[in-house]
Ligand binder design. Structure first.
Ligand code: FDA
Length: 309
């Protein structure tokens, strides 16, 4: 009960521009550095170099979401292109993740599609891959529609699917026909019971079903830190002799490092989601909401920051 109230408060704060502005004043002193690789591309590149050395792949995300003006959307698109170039120049084993609302999905779908075509074709020319994150339910149908449009034109684009959504089984079945490259996740936003399973047991059950289905029909990026889910997926991969080229495991920067290392040692492909940039507040709040115990760690940082003033 306490956890679910806390989760709602944190997710609510994450969507509040005023709280975001306030947090930026405190900066990384709140502890965002545990989950966010830095403010600049060069800081993120250093983190990815270190991950690559440890045998891990990465996906870089320039943080930003829910932009409302064409100028902001164009700036985000430019940052995506610069990130792809930085990956290429540094010779990193990494691809790009992005959010369609950062490219103007809320202005109109055509706006975001135009930016996406530019980004995905820029990536294709350098043999790079682009993953569309899945945001809140209000953007889900539009995101999948736009993904389908892009998939008709490009091979180097994938999307994320959230296991907590009731619709996801139908979506994954349909996307299987497109040989889609899907990142499967539990889901991180505040959603109503009419569209999302409220209980963890139901989310986990659908998550496993989606992983099994997609492992047999397309490329599956299994994105979780939940060891029980990882073990269930591994058992299925083993039983069905799913080749290593058909799946990867993904985890977030700063979470589950031990499990990442075990999977690398076992020879599985492991990719770490590495977010960077100034607009870190919404992302940070979602990480706190997943594990309200993390709030104590923020409070400790705040006390320290106050003490050092
Ligand atoms: P679960 O929440 O059950 O956690 C399992 C264990 O992992 C916990 O017991 C704890 O040990 C550890 N853990 C999990 N979260 C933690 C945290 N914040 N801090 C410390 N420990 C933590 N969501 C979405 O809606 N759209 C998207 O596009 C993506 N993209 C994405 C990419 C990648 C690579 C990952 C790994 C995740 C996402 N997510 C996402 C987030 C996802 O939906 C989900 O919220 C988190 O992965 C947490 O769920 P778990 O599957 O880890 O399980």
């Amino acid at each position: 009960m306490f956890e679910s109230v806390m989760r709602r408060i944190l997710l609510g704060l994450g969507g509040s521009p005023a709280a975001g502005r306030l947090a930026r004043r405190y900066g990384f002193r709140l502890g965002a550095g545990r989950f966010v690789a830095g403010r600049t591309i060069s800081e993120a590149v250093s983190v990815v170099r270190r991950l690559n050395k440890a045998g891990k792949l990465a996906t870089l995300d320039h943080l930003g979401e829910f932009v409302t003006t064409p100028k902001e959307a164009a700036e985000s698109a430019e940052m995506c292109l610069q990130t792809l170039d930085a990956i290429k120049e540094a010779g990193l084993q990494a691809n790009l993740s992005l959010k369609l609302t950062s490219l103007g999905l809320d202005i109109d779908g055509g706006h975001a599609l135009g930016h996406m075509r530019r980004i995905v074709s820029h990536a294709a020319a350098a043999g790079q891959f682009v993953r569309i994150d899945m945001e809140d339910y209000a953007h889900c149908a539009q995101t999948l529609e736009l993904y389908r449009e892009l998939r008709r034109e490009y091979d180097n684009v994938g999307v994320a699917i959230q296991a907590y959504l009731r619709r996801s089984m139908d979506d994954v079945r349909a996307l299987g026909k497109l040989q889609a490259n899907l990142r499967l996740v539990k889901g991180a936003y505040k959603e109503s019971e009419s569209v999302a399973f409220p209980h963890k047991a139901d989310v986990d059950e659908q998550f496993i079903a989606l992983i099994r289905l997609h492992l047999t029909q397309g490329y599956a990026a299994i994105a979780t830190h939940d060891k029980a889910i990882v073990d269930t997926a591994l058992a299925y991969i083993h039983d069905r002799l799913i080749p290593k080229e058909r799946y990867e495991f993904q985890m977030l920067y700063g979470i589950g490092e031990e499990l990442q290392n075990v999977l690398v040692r076992q020879g599985h492909r492991v990719r770490i989601y590495v977010p960077f940039g100034e607009d870190w507040f919404g992302y940070f709040m979602r990480r706190l909401a997943e594990r309200p115990a993390n709030v104590w760690f923020v409070l400790k940082n705040l006390r320290r920051a106050r003490g050092s003033r």
